[in-house]
Write a protein that binds this ligand. Structure first.
Ligand code: GAR
Length: 204
């Protein structure tokens, strides 16, 4: 068996900017995940061909793939058709871990169950508060003093599942959704690589 075949493959799914993906890829290099943990980022997959994160990934020398969800729009069950093709693309890499990094599609229960225990997500709120969209505007609207981000394992219930790590930031009196999002995102870039590294260290 070759060394490559023994590597723990990480597949990262993105939809847009890809800054979390980039932070994870940088941490993998800086903290020598290949040598220390036998882990590598096998590929970065986007459901949007125009996602900026694809360029970031390519610039870092990472393989990239696109499974465009719009290509399945006219199928009788577009979500399942998309998830089936996405799953095939992911499974081609025999992943130890699938990382959702700003992946903005709701996955079907069958997909989630297939990756049970090895599907991780970052959500820009202190779960269980504010699942779903517009988390920062909702935190400001609710008068929260603190906001943050949560890394969790994905279960069939949206933005639920065992919490692996959280980061907390203050909500300032003059915050807009954008300024709060930027403060949270900075913490996400620290939090997500740490949580992944810890998870990898707990694997055989
Ligand atoms: C991040 O803030 C992430 O937490 C959020 O999207 C952003 C992606 O940024 N994810 C979700 O809202 C998932 N429900 P990035 O593409 O620059 O990493």
């Amino acid at each position: 068996m070759t060394i490559i075949a023994e590597m723990k493959n990480i597949v990262i799914l993105i939809s847009g900017g890809g800054s979390n993906m980039q932070a994870i890829a940088q941490a993998a290099l800086r903290h020598r995940w290949a040598e220390r943990l036998g882990a590598r980022i096998a590929t970065v997959i986007s459901n949007r061909p125009e996602a900026k994160g694809l360029t970031l990934a390519a610039n870092m020398g990472l393989p990239t793939e696109v499974v465009d969800h719009l290509a399945f729009a006219d199928r009788p069950d577009p979500r399942t058709a998309f998830d089936d093709v996405l799953r095939q693309a992911i499974d081609a890499h025999q992943p130890t871990l699938v990382v959702l990094a700003g992946f903005m599609r709701i996955l079907t229960p069958g997909f989630v169950v297939h990756y049970e225990g090895r599907l991780m997500n970052i959500h820009p709120s202190l779960l269980p508060a504010f699942p779903g969209l517009d988390t920062h505007a909702r935190a400001i609207q609710a008068g929260c003093w603190f906001a943050g981000a949560t890394v969790h394992l994905v279960t069939t219930e949206l933005d639920h599942g065992p919490i692996l790590a959280q980061a907390v930031v203050p909500v300032l009196s003059d915050d807009t959704a954008a300024s709060l999002a930027a403060r949270v995102l900075t913490q996400e870039h620290r939090l997500y690589p740490q949580a992944i590294e810890q998870w990898l260290m707990q694997q055989d």
